[in-house]
Ligand binder design. Sequence first.
Ligand code: ADP
Length: 268
Amino acid sequence: ETGGELSKELNGLPEASLLIMLHDLTDMRRVEQMRVDFVANASHELKTPLASLSGFIETIQGHAKDDPEAQARFLGIMSEQAARMQRLIEDLLSLSRIEMREHVPPSGEVDLAALTGDVTDGLGPLAASHGVEINVDVKEGVEPVRGEWDELHQVVQNLTENALKYGRSGKRIDITIAPALNQAGRKMTELAIRDYGPGIPREHIPRLTERFYRVDVAKSRERGGTGLGLAIVKHIVNRHSGTLTIDSHVGEGSTFTVRLPVRAQTRA
Ligand code: ADP
């Protein structure tokens, strides 16, 4: 085994092993820092709608006590803030559930075409309300992937919702499902979601899957985003031994591509 060879070699090289240990420590510090940042960000994200809720409750009990019209308006805003908190808590729970299972390989088998049909049916009314057409093209020879329906559903749902939220000015979304091979020659199924919206400036692309990272915070909030959608996608794809690639050009649109290993390897 190369791992054994490596550690044998390192035993004779104390400086090198020390170097690797230091490396591990910096890694541990980085992970710890990420955890601290995450808790701070999550608390902040929850505090904002909560502060707004408290403010409106106070106003309804005070100034607006005898103004039913203002009360109705404020209650409308309060209900939006409560919905936002709920979405955020649901996403936080999903993320922690997925993290707990991250090292357990998925067991089921999923037909991505059927799953995508399910997602687009569910999003149909929303797409129609924005005048967006969603086209799904399933190429020949697509095989089922190894994975869990609920998790992969969330992947396709989050990516299609994003294409609708941020790319809807393009009026159409193209989803393509096709057979593919990874670099090692392993059979994969590829799912690409393409929108023709404003696109994403290049410098943001590497950071999009970080928790709470958004290109435009105001727009994300206005469209009901939590900033966790792509972080959830990344974790699920990792658990499924797949890959996520993001290709985007300002003024042209974005393509999010997920590749997942097919259910079982057929011998060549
Ligand atoms: P959010 O809840 O804010 O949508 P995500 O993690 O799903 O969070 O996405 C992170 C950010 O990536 C979004 O806030 C948005 O700025 C950007 N983004 C995601 N998908 C697209 C897209 N299809 N077109 C343009 N920007 C996108």
